[in-house]
Write a protein that binds this ligand. Structure first.
Ligand code: FBP
Length: 340
């Protein structure tokens, strides 16, 4: 089989779309180079002094891991000099990341989670980088306001993730289907390995942290109970799989069929809307899921229709195979109706 590199695939895509300026390809190429640099160090993290914590606490109130910090600095360093961005937003940075005076600005806005699931890195469990790309929706010049960049996930021109697992893979969509590329370290190239990924409409896996059962509302408990009981429309229990890194749980369900849930819970008032961040986690995964034939909701609303007001806004995320997500939506709607 002729090996297709991600850059070739991008160029073919570029010719077909209005994003034929080369700027989009340049932007994605910088994300790809960053992923190669991060992958190189993740795969030998135990040998480099990059396991453990930095001692700092990020805007999420989480202890920053050295690998998180490293990945964040690699992405900012590569992308700020790409000349195609007006600003960036990172899970690790409290505010918008502006482009330094020394580099040209562009009209794309990049939102990213530099290393998702980082709590798993010290245990050698697969983790990932998640990104969403938007066009600036107003204003020009170097100083950018939140209003010019924060927008519904449906406005993303592209979204993707890199998973650092047994192999390093890039999975992305630019609104024209979802494709997966595997990094061949011997040639340093991401090669097309999973063309036109479609998520099975019917799943057989559910992924949720059931440790939070007592903190869930009745609708969520009924939804999860549905997948555990043989009395569901499938007449068989689903397999429970939960790695605890969104990228890994999402990727498995994308290929095998299944549903991932990170619902809201009442453990912590700050997280009453769930733990996952809209801009850097939920919206990119929602675009990929929909482009692969799946669905993504917050229990009621389509994730991509939600208009974020803050960079670090959290949202419940229920994403995966269409039939399972529709079932959860139906259960939530019935409970909302009963509560009216
Ligand atoms: P980070 O991006 O800070 O790593 O957090 C997100 C995450 O690790 C997801 O990858 C994962 O799905 C979830 O949090 C696990 O949370 P919990 O430990 O509460 O189940």
């Amino acid at each position: 089989m002729r090996q297709v590199t991600v850059t070739e695939h991008l160029l073919v895509h570029q010719r077909e779309s209005d994003m034929a300026t080369g700027r989009f390809t340049r932007l994605l190429n910088e994300i790809i180079l960053s992923a190669k640099l991060i992958s190189r160090d993740v795969t030998k993290a135990g040998l480099l002094n990059i396991l453990g914590k930095t001692g700092e606490v990020n805007i999420q109130g989480e202890e920053v891991r050295k690998m998180d910090d490293y990945a964040n600095r690699v992405l900012i360093h590569r992308l700020e000099r790409a000349g195609v961005l007006c600003a960036m937003a990172s899970e690790e940075n409290a505010d918008l990341i502006e482009i330094p005076e020394t580099f040209p600005v562009g009209d794309y806005f990049l939102a990213f989670d530099p290393l998702d699931g980082s709590a798993n890195i010290d245990a050698n469990v697969s983790i990932g980088t998640i990104f969403g790309i938007y066009r600036r929706k107003g204003g020009t010049g170097r100083s950018v306001t939140l209003g010019e960049v924060l927008q519904r996930g449906a406005e993303q021109v592209a979204a993707g993730y890199v998973i650092y697992g047994s192999s390093t893979m890039l999975v992305y969509t630019a609104g024209n289907g979802v494709n997966g590329f595997t990094l061949d370290p011997s040639v340093g190239e991401f090669l097309l390995s999973h063309p036109n990924i479609r998520i099975p409409e019917e799943g057989r896996i559910y992924s949720v942290n059931e440790g939070y059962w007592d903190f869930w509302d009745e609708a969520t408990q009924e939804a999860v109970q549905y997948f555990k009981s043989p009395n569901n429309h499938n007449g068989k229990v689903y397999s429970m799989r939960y790695i605890g890194s969104l990228v890994s749980d999402f990727h498995r369900n994308l290929l095998y069929g299944g549903i991932f849930l990170y619902p809201r819970d009442n453990r912590d008032p700050k997280k009453k809307h769930g733990k996952l961040r809209y801009l850097v986690e939920a919206a990119p995964m929602a675009m990929i899921a929909e482009q692969a034939g799946g669905m993504a909701i917050d229990g009621h609303r389509r994730i991509l229709d939600i208009e974020p007001q803050e960079i670090h806004e959290r949202v419940p995320l229920i994403v995966g195979s269409k039939n399972e997500v529709l079932k959860v939506q139906e259960i939530y709607a019935r409970h909302a109706e009963a509560a009216r």
